[in-house]
Design a protein around this ligand. Sequence first.
Ligand code: NIG
Ligand code: FE
Length: 415
Amino acid sequence: MLIIHASQLLTLTKQPQRGTHLGHLGIIPDGAVHIVDEHIAEVGTSSDLLAAHPHEPILDAGGRVVMPGFVDPHTHLLWAGDRAAEFEMRLQGKTYLEILQAGGGILSTVRATRAASVQALVDENRPRLQRALAHGTTTIEVKTGYGLETQAELRMLSAILQLDAELSIEILPTFLGAHAIPPEWRANPEGYTDHLCGEMLPAVASWWSEHASGRPLPFVDVFCETGAFTLAQSRRILEKAKSLGFPLKIHADEFDNLGGASLAAELGAVSADHLVATSKHDIEALAASDTVAIGLPCTPFGLAEAHYTPAQDILAADGLLALATDCNPGTAWCESMQFAIALGCRYMKLTPAQAIAAATVNAATAIGRADVLGSLSAGKQADLLILNVSDYRHLGYRFGTNLVETVIKKGVVCA
Ligand code: NIG
Ligand code: FE
């Protein structure tokens, strides 16, 4: 297939964009893409590609922007139950961590998720993934972490694998057994940490080799935060995961600066995420590593808090920055990377071009897939969007409406 007449073909770059290099869109005016099966074969101008491939079926973009599909590298999109009442409590003055400490928050979703069958999880979460796809997310990371016991966590992984097989959107799973201290371990967080290291992680590794037919192991993530896991507990869990061969991620500095970002850099984690209360020292440690800093602007927005990821400091230190939604029932129910971009422009002071690069090629790097995703480069997967606008800066500028007209996943029009 040949897609022609893109007003602006945003090719981005094959490689991630570090520090102040962020924002290279590689724009081809009146651009075209040649897709062969699931992959991009060539990009160029419409006249060159039409001349070279006169007999290919044509999809005319009609003077609209064509770009890579968004990669959303951090979500908790799979859950059961509802937390609308908690939103109202927060508006009336309760904080997120107060609600969690009183047994609500994540723990209320844990109760509902533990009670759900795999099929119920699949059915409840299918529409969320379809919405993400319709808003241009062609690949998404989805975490467990609402089971917090082996069997319930494995049901979540099972539901993720089923949804990945069923839907066009591609899902990369993360095991987040260390999302909160479950109620039955409340008095003994060290005991739960031992249980995670000694029982749950090995159980996930062996379940995976039996059920995921050759797919790479999921990521392992830890919520390193006051009221969740200490830095020392996070280190134990991540070191154990690393020894079992899992790639690593961490929730660091969402509320308090515990040093999780430096730990991520030291252990070679793929990403360190949230990074709101991150110190200068931690930013420097991250920037000196290949660990991607993921900013999640929907989260402070969702909590009506004033502080966002200090993106400019991360870029000035030469760090790798990506954007994600954090889609979850507590802090940020948002399936749209377009909205994360709009917030990133306003509160992280990114230009639209920087935000787009952070949401595509750098986001692909943040899930270890920059070799196949995130740019319109020959050989990468043909995951593309046709927007309903002719100037890419409408991404960022506009919000609350869907600017994606057509979604193509692995060469197939799917939304
Ligand atoms: O990324 N920080 C921890 N986890 C989520 C919230 C999960 C929830 O409240 O259900 C977050 O903000
Ligand atoms: Fe999160």
